[in-house]
Ligand binder design. Structure first.
Ligand code: F6P
Length: 546
């Protein structure tokens, strides 16, 4: 069944939210805490080893219930069941959106066009498992008889960001295989990786759902040429595998059919790390850990599917984000993991959020008349405190921020972890509390200064506070908790797309640049610049004079 097309701003709930917003827009979050000693108890959800605190935001129980009314009015529950049951909710591409099936249980039945997809998913998982064990154990040998030491993942967008983020996040669980990622068509990227590897002991995993992506094909051809300088065509079968749904193009590239890991049309690129696109993850951390990642995501899927909206973590996160985006006018959201392991989480979520919800046409084909797609950015704490936190604390923009932290560190560095986590807690407290004029003055006075001496400095030292934050505190960074965390954000994106009445699973906006790049490439190769705007013509001519 197709998704309905309801303009959220024309719902009764939206009108009520508008009135409610005008009543509470200027209320202070600090005051909400002062008035209600149980606020933290009211606004948090505990689920498995996740503790999510939503209390440090300018909203009340009434806000939440009006936002839930909005979700009900746009048919969120029905949309969730369409999403999980393989309906073609990606209507502009006539595709289902079934990445959740990739982490389902073996005894589940998920029908796509009348056929249960679970057996083929498990057959592929088995192939991933066997191949992973074959490589890790050293049983597999390269063309000169040596075991593999390095794996190079060649892919871009969803065929790179997910595996690269997870491999980095789970490096604590990593085996001896060294992993590298080549994505950019920039030749300097590929050359820098080639400097680090030996063709005799390197496995290349080419990941491309379409196997038509310029960057991935160019990098793969360059690598193949480099490989063939020391090996022969028949050695390709030992060193190159591919993950793709385009068997014809992969075979044309020279990869043996048994070295192809399938991908399905119903898995979107940016949600594909759970499929064979995650092969490099499995090779890096072992199949069992890869499977734990899937298990964590599956648990979050169940939570999302079955929990009433008010206790449903992805739903509440999405509603709060809509509250900030569409009512407070927040333009961006920051995401600060207090672990260096999650340094690639923000770039990963940039693709999944911004490629999904960066849309301006509603599901009825007409332009939306409200804001959609949040801009997501961030860096790990505490580094980011020394970089851009100044603007979050004292700048003019409202930046709702997610803080993600872990109770236990992975290494026994108690002193470091206590310091890290004291910063984690201190930042959300500081963003909430701020610092008043009186507090600034009394600090000066305690340093022996007089009010006259310091009055000109006081305005600069005041922190307004009342900055919205969510705190996501997880017991420990494990493959399972990481899987749940990623799935949590995936479902948040889904809920937002449903409420914003847009199609979250296409990405037509990336096509125009690709088309123009192809025709400009021909012009560059032939040194014959065609008609462009005067700026583009002048720039290409400048480049051609190099
Ligand atoms: O950027 C557009 C896009 O289609 C992404 O959605 C996708 O993840 C990426 O390109 C790579 O595509 P493929 O896996 O087909 O090479």
């Amino acid at each position: 069944m197709s998704l309905n097309t309801i303009n959220p701003t024309e719902t009764n709930a939206w009108q009520k939210l508008r009135t409610h917003f005008s009543e509470i827009e200027f209320q202070s979050i600090k005051d909400l805490f002062e008035k209600d000693a149980k606020r933290a108890a009211t606004f948090h959800i505990e689920w498995n080893d996740f503790y999510v605190d939503f209390s440090k935001n300018n909203w009340t129980k009434e806000t939440l219930s009006l936002l839930i009314e909005l979700a009900n009015e746009v048919g969120l529950q029905e949309a969730i069941s369409n999403y999980f049951s393989g309906e073609k909710i990606n209507e502009t591409e006539d595709r289902a959106v079934l990445h959740t099936a990739l982490r389902a249980n073996e005894n589940d039945t998920i029908l796509f066009e009348g056929k249960n997809v679970i057996p083929e998913i498990f057959a592929t998982k088995n192939k991933i498992k066997n191949f992973t064990n074959y490589i890790i154990s050293g049983e597999a040998k390269g063309y000169s008889g040596k075991a593999f030491t390095d794996v190079v993942n060649i892919g871009i967008g969803g065929s790179d960001l997910g595996p690269a983020m997870v491999v980095d996040a789970l490096q604590f669980y990593k085996n001896n295989l060294k992993t590298h990622f080549i994505s950019n068509v920039d030749g300097d990227h590929v050359q820098e990786i080639l400097k680090k590897i030996n063709p005799e002991t390197t496995l290349f995993v080419i990941v491309s759902k379409t196997f038509t992506t310029q960057e991935t094909l160019t990098n793969s051809e360059t690598i193949k040429k480099w490989f063939l300088k020391s090996a022969t065509e028949k050695d390709i079968a030992k060193h190159f595998v591919a993950v793709s749904s385009n068997l014809q193009n992969v075979t044309n590239f020279g990869i043996a059919p048994e070295n192809i890991f399938p991908m399905w049309d119903w898995v979107g690129g940016r949600f594909s790390l759970w499929s064979a696109v995650g092969l490099t993850i499995s090779l890096a951390v072992g199949y069992d850990n890869f499977n734990q990642l899937l298990k964590g995501a599956n648990k979050m899927d169940t939570h999302f599917k079955t929990t009433p909206f008010e206790n449903n973590i992805p739903v509440v996160l999405a509603l709060l984000s809509i509250w900030h985006n569409n009512f407070f006018g927040a333009e961006t959201e920051a995401l600060i993991p207090y672990t260096q392991y999650l340094q690639k989480l923000a770039p990963y979520l940039q693709q999944s959020n911004m490629e999904s919800n960066g849309k301006s046409i509603a599901r009825n084909g007409f332009p939306v008349n409200y804001q959609t797609g949040t801009i997501v950015w961030g860096e790990p704490g505490s580094n980011s405190q020394h970089a851009f936190f100044q603007l979050i604390h004292q700048g003019t923009k409202l930046i709702p921020t997610d803080f993600i932290g872990f109770v236990q560190p992975l290494h026994e560095e108690k002193d470091h972890h206590n310091k890290l986590m004291s910063n984690f807690f201190a930042q959300t407290e500081a963003l909430l509390k701020g610092k008043s004029k009186e507090e600034v003055l009394s600090e000066f006075i305690s340093q022996g200064k007089t009010e006259t001496e310091v009055s000109h400095l006081i305005p600069f030292k005041i922190f307004q506070g009342d900055k919205p934050t969510n705190t996501i505190l997880i017991e420990k960074l494990t493959p399972e908790s990481l899987g749940a965390l990623i799935a949590m954000y995936e479902h948040k994106i889904f809920v937002q797309g449903i409420i914003w009445n847009i199609y979250s699973y296409d990405q037509w906006g990336v096509e125009l640049g690709k088309q123009l790049a192809n025709s400009i490439l021909t012009e560059i190769e032939n040194s014959a610049v065609k008609k462009h705007d005067s700026s583009t013509t002048q720039l290409i001519n400048k480049f051609l004079k190099k």
